[in-house]
Design a protein around this ligand. Structure first.
Ligand SMILES: Nc1ncnc2c1ncn2[C@@H]1O[C@H](COP(=O)(O)OP(=O)(O)OP(=O)(O)O)[C@@H](O)[C@H]1O
Ligand SMILES: [Mg+2]
Length: 373
């Protein structure tokens, strides 16, 4: 694997651009702050170590905040105005910002910044952070080697992108990846990578949405297509991509459970594609999708995998799933005692297999000699 990290570039905080963020500069340079939320000139909240708290800082006036909101948009060559009142922006240090101004932001501009971490957590670090355990790490390795189609599902700020990013790190460097995102966030280490970023329509530019980019990706000879997050109209195209020689593709989806992720995906397709029946969509989903990894952020601000579910088929028009792993209060994540149905398919793609008794929660498994690749 290439040592150097690819886009988004992580330049050290440059005083030039950070100065333009006024009082936010102190928060952007504070390594303990992971998220900054501005709800108007006198209301700034931050997330520190998973806990959201109010900051003492504020802007001098609405005008100052307006100026700063426009300035942040301009850092990425974008504009916020009455006609186009919101923008997604990638800051020079790789952080992701959303800006929304009047007339839709009624109490002054709202700025939400997801700070780029100096280093995206890899799977080993996520195990150390108790996001999941060694066994799940092994399971994810097998899923990648076996070219399973996977969805990472979770609520807002639960760690979907972080986990997706870490899982992508398992893909062999020999594969060609096409990565499609709304705002570049993923840190990709493989060499043969094409990165595409969707673009909203603005005064100067035509919009290019994820759907168009996924369709184009099919002509780019990808081994896998990775869509940072599925938010709507592109869902059917992503399912088609997963089914047409790009097995092992992945995306994240905003949903509170594995079942809800499936409902949402189906709804996205039905809203966008006229003339497709819900039964056909479910049939495709049941055929194509293999694994859904559900993540959550608990009341203490800790993030972890709460469930890994397998899509196992369609019965009487309903998609069937089975839980392979579940997190139990105080006990961490445990296998549920069932063996995945994807074993045959996965074995065809890779020689990496599960050791005997892997899915038996009563047996301790020694994953000896196990390495990441
Ligand atoms: N295991 C973890 N331990 C500590 N912090 C984490 C962990 N996983 C993620 N984070 C941090 O939590 C924040 C949210 O993570 P991430 O961006 O991956 O969430 P998300 O679910 O993709 O959010 P969104 O819904 O906004 O897309 C980031 O600051 C990230 O660095
Ligand atoms: Mg995300």
């Amino acid at each position: 694997m290439a040592e150097e990290q690819r886009l988004p570039k992580k330049k050290p905080s440059s005083p030039d651009w950070a100065l333009e963020t006024g009082p936010l500069q102190a928060l952007l340079s504070d390594p303990e702050v992971s998220e900054v939320m501005v709800n108007g000139p006198h209301s700034i909240f931050v997330e520190r170590a998973g806990v959201i708290e109010r900051s003492d800082l504020s802007f001098a006036s609405q005008e100052e905040l307006n100026k700063i909101a426009s300035g942040i948009a301009r850092l990425a060559g974008k504009e916020v105005s009455r006609k186009f009142p919101y923008a997604d922006v990638r800051l020079p240090d790789g952080s992701r910002a959303n800006i929304i101004v009047a007339p839709v932001a009624v109490e002054g501009p709202v700025i939400t910044i997801r700070k780029a971490q100096s280093q995206m957590l890899d799977l080993r670090n996520l195990v150390k952070a108790d996001f999941f355990d060694e066994k799940v790490l092994y399971f994810l390795n097998v899923c990648i080697a076996g070219r399973l189609n996977m969805i990472v599902s979770g609520g807002t700020s639960t760690g979907k992108t972080t986990l997706l990013n870490a899982i992508i790190g398992l893909i062999p460097n020999s594969e060609r990846l096409v990565i499609i995102e709304d705002t570049l966030e993923l840190v990709i280490r493989q060499d043969n990578v094409a990165r595409l970023e969707a673009r909203d329509e603005s005064t100067y530019d035509e919009g290019f949405d994820t759907k168009r980019l996924v369709r184009n990706a099919l002509r780019m000879r990808p081994d896998r297509i990775i869509v940072g997050e599925t938010r709507g109209g592109e869902a059917w195209d992503i399912l088609q991509a997963m089914n047409s020689g790009h097995e092992g593709s992945m995306t994240a989806i905003h949903a509170n459970s594995a079942t809800s992720a499936l409902h949402k995906l189906e709804a996205f397709v039905l809203i966008e594609e006229s003339g497709i029946s819900s039964l056909l969509v479910r049939q495709h989903m049941a055929d194509i999708l293999n694994v859904i990894v559900q993540v959550e952020r608990d009341a203490h601000g800790h993030r972890h995998i709460s469930e890994i579910a397998e899509v196992i088929g369609l019965k009487e028009g309903k998609i069937l799933t089975q839980s392979l792993f579940r997190r139990q209060e105080g006990q961490g994540i445990k296998s549920c005692g069932v063996t995945p149905k994807f074993l045959e398919r996965q074995k065809k793609a890779s020689s990496l297999v599960f050791p005997p008794n892997f899915f038996d929660p009563t047996k301790a498994i020694v994953l000896e000699g196990f390495t990441k690749k």
